[in-house]
Write a protein of this length. Structure first.
Length: 124
C-alpha cells in the first residue's frame, strides 16, 4: 500500500515556490513570453507616435498623454495575456487547490507572476 504524506502549504516560501514554477512554465513555452513580454513592448514602441498625434488632434498635452496612454495600453495587453495564461491553467490550478493548497496562496502566486512578467512593459 502506498502512503502519501501531505505537507500543509504554509508561508510565503510556498508562494515563492509557485511563482518560480509559473515562471519556469513560461520559460518552457516561448510563446507565453512572446505574448506577455514582447507584444506590449512592441505595441508601445509602434503605437506611441500615432497616440501622441491623436492626442494633439483631440487637444491633449502630447508627450504626457502619449506616455500615459502607451503605459495603459501595455498594461492592458499584459493583463489580457495573463488572463489567457490563467485560463489555460484553470484545471491544473483546481487540482492543486483540491490537493490542499490554499486558494489564496495560489491566486497570490499567479498575481505576483503576472506582475513580474508585465514588468518589462512598464519600462518602455
Amino acid at each position: 500500500m502506498t502512503v502519501v504524506h501531505h505537507r500543509s502549504a504554509t508561508g510565503p516560501a510556498d508562494t515563492a515556490l509557485l511563482v518560480r514554477r509559473f515562471l519556469a512554465d513560461h520559460r518552457r513555452n516561448p510563446v507565453n513570453l512572446l505574448v506577455v513580454v514582447l507584444v506590449p513592448v512592441v505595441f508601445v514602441v509602434v503605437a506611441a507616435g500615432p497616440m501622441a498625434d491623436a492626442a494633439k488632434l483631440l487637444g491633449g498635452m502630447g508627450v504626457s498623454v502619449q506616455t500615459a496612454t502607451a503605459g495603459w495600453a501595455a498594461a492592458f495587453l499584459a493583463g489580457v495575456a495573463m488572463y489567457f495564461q490563467t485560463r489555460s491553467a484553470r484545471a491544473t490550478d483546481r487540482r492543486v487547490v483540491l490537493a490542499g493548497l490554499p486558494a489564496r496562496r495560489l491566486v497570490t502566486a499567479r498575481l505576483v507572476t503576472g506582475l513580474l512578467l508585465a514588468g518589462p512593459s512598464w519600462i518602455s
